[in-house]
Design a protein around this ligand. Sequence first.
Ligand code: ADP
Ligand code: MG
Length: 709
Amino acid sequence: MQRETSPLTLLDLDNLPVSRLKGVGVKKEEALNSIGIETVLDVLSHYPRRYIDRTKEAKIGSLQEGEEGMVLAEVLDVQTIRTRNRKKIVKVEVTDGTGLLEITFFNQPWRARQLQEEMHVVVFGKLDLYRGKGRMANPVVDLVGDKTGRIVPIYQQSGKAGLTTWELGAWVSDALHKCRVRGFAEPLPLEIRRQHNLVDRATAFTKIHNPTSVGETIEARNRLVFDELLRIQLILVARKRSFETTSHGIAHDIEGKFVELLLSSLPFQLTSAQIRVINEIKSDLQSQMPMHRLLQGDVGSGKTLVALAGLLSVVEGGRQGVIMAPTEVLAEQHYLGISDLTESFKVPCPENLMGERPLRIELLTSRISQRDRSRICAGLSEGSVDIVIGTHSLIQEGIEFRDLGLTVIDEQHRFGVDQRAALRAKASGKEIPDLLVMTATPIPRTAAMTVYGDLDVSILDELPPGRTPISTKWVEDDSEVWGKVRNQIQQGNQAYVVCPLIGDNETTQKASVEKTHERLVETELRGLKVDLLHGRLTGPEKHEVMTEFREGKIDVLISTTVIEVGVDVPNATVMVILDAERFGIAQLHQLRGRVGRGDVDSWCFLVSHVRTDDAVQRLTALESSTDGFELAEIDLEIRGEGTIMGVLQKGRNDLRIASLRRDKQWVELAREAAVELLDLPKGDEDISLLIQEVELLFGQEETEYLFKS
Ligand code: ADP
Ligand code: MG
């Protein structure tokens, strides 16, 4: 290692343990390891949390009362005082040579340990005068050591591990110093760097840690953000390519008349988004490449029809289709709806005297008797069943198709990498059936590009016209909502009440539903036909309740979130969600989508007395928007990428500096660059270093496709 002279790659840096850095002994090494820093690479990619711009520094002597300011000072004295009601106050006196400042911390006893005499600190807060002395209460304090630069990096420090920001800063500096001789290897072709105005890697690492101006931190950050996003896009693009080139799909013959017939029988016109997506799907079906498409569409955007158009095209071309739904209730609903729409359809059948037979659609759930089940399975393997509808689990149990052409998966919320891989693996062998996955939980475009970048994504971004938007209202307590509920029921409509989310299992949920039911039938809902639905009911019991509700025999359905997905009862016009703050934005939006499906006015009441920032943001978002994509953006804004990236969750280094919210344009540029790089003729530009980095950070499995291409 020592004698090497070639520039350092990330792999080289990852082979250097932190113990090689000045001042890292056994104890500090353990402390660093405990926060996930094991190698010099980890140190260098422990990026500053923020910076202090010392050019903005104020002097204690010239700060005015009521003014906010940042001062750099030395600690003179630290005292802990107990108040009469046993609270602890930490009083710290600091000076910068122009005056004395007293800092007080309430309820932060650990400050007495953090701050010690002679330490250099940066204090940011509002000055007030207390008994004639300048004072700041609970200011932001950073320990900076005796850093002299104008821009001081502040690192995420760890009190638990006993690591301070200036120690981390010192190790980073030492690491940078030690790297100076060999320099950093540059994995990006010059052309790409020029195109996007990116600094080289050495500059990026140096300036992110030791900038001399704010501008430099931005340049450094851009480069590091680009690198992170590029690595992910390389994986996704390579995976997509590899799938497309190595697998052999079905070039469907879709010249038939079924879709036209279907559309002409509808009492409404398709939205232009539906037409666009149906065409996208049709052209995928015609092509030899297997379709792997995700359809994102808000609640009520009409995904079922789009899927049905695909299925009918495939069936007419002589193949079979399948729809998998997440619940039996949904599978049944699809079965009823689709059977209805295709009642008079005939498929060609040479063996038959007429030369055709009725289109055969079957429902396969656990409610189907063993005899019917065998009959349906036989029909599937001999080819007399054209479309089968069931739940995820049933279809996965090794059912044989004679000639499966298209698989539709409905309402897949989290469609993880592993599931995607499993579905593809399943399809290996001969001709691969096309796949359409539908979800009503939209995620923003750039996030989709990062999470589902190996799929094609279609978006239904338009609701059918004539829908009256749901009026959503956040109320303190539920007393004011029942009048509206009764009034709607009087007019022949129906209502849902969603119970508080308690615990995370079905037994506690059941208790919540029963308690709410008990309370309401005795009081607010007395005299109405009220029933309940929860996950502890058996399949047949659930079916019965849903059927009665659909037929209008139940006025109010008190339920858990089992009604969250897909249920379509147009006559339901009111939903009351109790303890609404316990649900996430996406879930509330899903729930709310159960009403407003007809053409009359409908309401959603979010009942919550909780006033935390987070709850306020979520509930007001729901009040002010009914657009799923807009809400998804807000959700990403509030919760950060963690939840979205959870689907990817592969590399140990996924996104340390890039943010899907802030860096939208970089996601797109990285995508383009990944395509460009993988398109390069072999030997033209060397991307082997990039591949090595992806392998290092994401593991060999992910890189397999990169090597193939
Ligand atoms: P989702 O996308 O939530 O699954 P569905 O496919 O269940 O939505 O459609 C919701 C309702 O809208 C259904 O009753 C369906 O018949 C109706 N629908 C679908 N497309 C249109 C359209 N273009 N115009 C009017 N109504 C439509
Ligand atoms: Mg649906």
